[in-house]
Design a binder for this molecule. Structure first.
Ligand SMILES: Nc1ccn([C@@H]2O[C@H](COP(=O)(O)OP(=O)(O)OP(=O)(O)O)[C@@H](O)[C@H]2O)c(=O)n1
Length: 497
């Protein structure tokens, strides 16, 4: 019994001082590592929100964006959490009843009130940007356009958000912010990767934006937009063609066919068997065609179809002017365009139309795409209606024209060839956020994309914790070893004195 006690006393691991040192050492290591972990632990996720209303020519859409509150300055983190399509037409269609433009937004705005946490309402910026529909109304009747804005302004102020104003975006802004959106969502900006070009087709205007290595902005400076994002400089080429959105382009082809004021037209861009009576006054009620209105026209014309892709393409081509170009090279209408470069994302109506036509796969050779479209256009209207009973009548009647317009705009207008056509990707969204100008617009106005690359910690979180742990353990072992002179002689056999 006494021998056992003596053995315990001589074994260093049974000495109280050794036990205390070990316990303190372990506590110190645990404390050190805990501090290291907690110091860098992301704060409990709190989100901030932003709301953008896209007041387009054909409709208005509301988008809610969300990002972690503590990461305002990082990219790849702002996401679209919700979108709402406003019922009814675009706000520019309310020129004769402006009040209704404001009222039309109420339903989507109420949805936003429910979607954004209440305590964030007052700090959530709300923007309304109007595009080509309001640009045209402003040209046609600026006082009507002002009244629409006034009504929209008053309606939006009723909501608990931080309303930042409603305004018309320039075509250049629309193109440039669309480009920012697709490249931000693809995480190309922060990483400084080659960027994607952006092709946006709306109802009243269309935009093309891309970076070309042989464009420095010196030729046609009005097409140049400079950005410094995350420490990289971008010299962007962008152009917006007003009246070349697909609804206004359709008007132009119809104006082309009704120049002499006929009572009926046989339109190759509409299906055989399609026939509808339309009003001259409505067709020519747009600055894109108003100056071409025939002098002696009846009040209506019968719009009938004959479904011929090749003839349709000829009419569509006639709305582009290729005769003059004062620059080294042009797209159309005398507008400068550098060599197409890089992959392109084509969104909005490009996607709606090509998706309906099942032609989003651009690895299908262009000639084959044209054949498929020609076949679709040649399908009689009664058959098309039977085949797609749930598609909105207006869209359905126009898809042959729309597809032909898209292919003509891309190949004849922008000079895409059979070789470069596969560089286009028809997209609706990227990582759950819709492609379009709205996200880029909000990122810009909230300064969420810094000009310089944000400083990042030299080590990632996990690396930092590992190093602290290893150093702590080494120090402890070193400390124990340094105590060696005070260790009693220990042999394998317990010493019996
Ligand atoms: N399923 C759908 C939905 C929309 N569209 C068409 O797509 C265009 C709308 O595109 P959008 O980008 O929403 O245009 P807006 O914003 O309204 O127009 P803009 O940007 O020119 O003001 C319209 O011509 C509409 O007829 C379509 O063909 N099929």
């Amino acid at each position: 019994m006494s021998t056992q006690r003596e053995m315990k006393e001589k074994n260093p691991w049974h000495r109280p001082v050794t036990i205390i040192i070990t316990v303190i050492g372990v506590i110190a290591i645990v404390a050190l590592v805990t501090v290291a972990v907690l110091q860098n632990w992301p704060l409990s996720q709190k989100y901030k929100y932003g709301i953008v209303l896209d007041a387009g020519s054909s409709h208005t859409a509301l988008y809610i964006y969300e990002w972690p509150a503590e990461k305002d300055n990082n990219t790849g983190r702002v996401e679209q959490t919700h979108s709402c399509t406003v019922k009814g037409p675009g706000i520019s269609s309310y020129a004769s009843a402006p009040q209704k433009a404001g009222e039309s937004l109420t339903e989507c705005m109420q949805e936003a009130v429910h979607r954004v946490p209440k305590k964030r309402h007052h700090e959530t910026p709300l923007y309304l940007g109007a595009t080509a529909g309001m640009r045209l109304l402003n040209v046609q009747n600026s006082s009507a356009s002002n009244k629409v804005f006034q009504a929209v302004d008053e309606a939006l102020r009723e909501f608990p958000f931080a309303f930042q104003g409603a305004r018309i975006l320039s075509g250049q802004e629309e193109g440039a912010f669309g480009w920012v959106t697709v490249n931000y969502l693809d995480d190309r900006l922060r990483q400084g990767l080659e960027t994607n070009g952006a092709l946006d087709l709306g109802g009243a205007s269309t935009q093309i934006s891309f970076v070309s290595s042989n464009y420095d902005g010196s030729e046609s400076p009005s097409n140049s937009v400079n950005f410094r994002l995350y420490g990289n400089d971008y010299n962007l080429y962008t152009h917006s063609f007003l009246c070349y959105g697909k609804d206004q382009a359709l008007r132009m082809t119809l104006a082309q066919q009704t120049r002499s004021g006929p009572t009926s037209i046989l339109d190759p861009c509409f299906h055989d068997g399609y026939s509808e009576t339309k009003e001259y006054s409505k067709l020519y009620d747009s600055p894109c065609v108003s100056d071409r209105k025939p002098q002696e026209a009846p009040s209506t014309y019968i719009h009938t179809g004959k479904g011929n892709f090749h003839q349709c393409q000829e009419i569509v081509k006639s709305v582009f002017n290729f005769t003059h170009c004062q620059y080294s090279q042009c797209s159309f209408n005398g507008i400068f365009q550098p060599h197409l470069q890089g992959p392109f994302g084509a969104f909005s109506a490009y996607y709606f139309v090509m998706n309906f036509l099942k032609l989003t796969n651009t690895s299908i050779p262009l000639e084959q795409v044209k054949e498929k479209l020609a076949h679709y256009c040649a399908t009689p209207w009664t058959q098309i209606q039977k085949q797609y009973p749930n598609v909105k009548h207006k869209y359905l009647a126009e898809y042959c024209f729309s597809g032909t317009y898209i292919l003509t705009l891309l190949t004849e207008g922008y000079n895409f060839t059979s070789e470069s056509y596969p560089n286009i990707k028809f997209i609706k969204e990227i990582k759950g956020s819709d492609a379009g100008w709205t996200l880029g617009y909000m990122l810009n106005l909230t300064n969420m994309i810094p000009a310089e690359a944000p400083d990042s910690p030299p080590l990632p979180h996990a690396g930092y914790i590992s190093i602290v742990t290893v150093i702590a353990v080494l120090l402890f072992v070193l400390f124990i070893l340094s105590m060696r002179p005070f260790w009693p002689q220990c042999s394998k056999e317990p010493q019996i004195i």
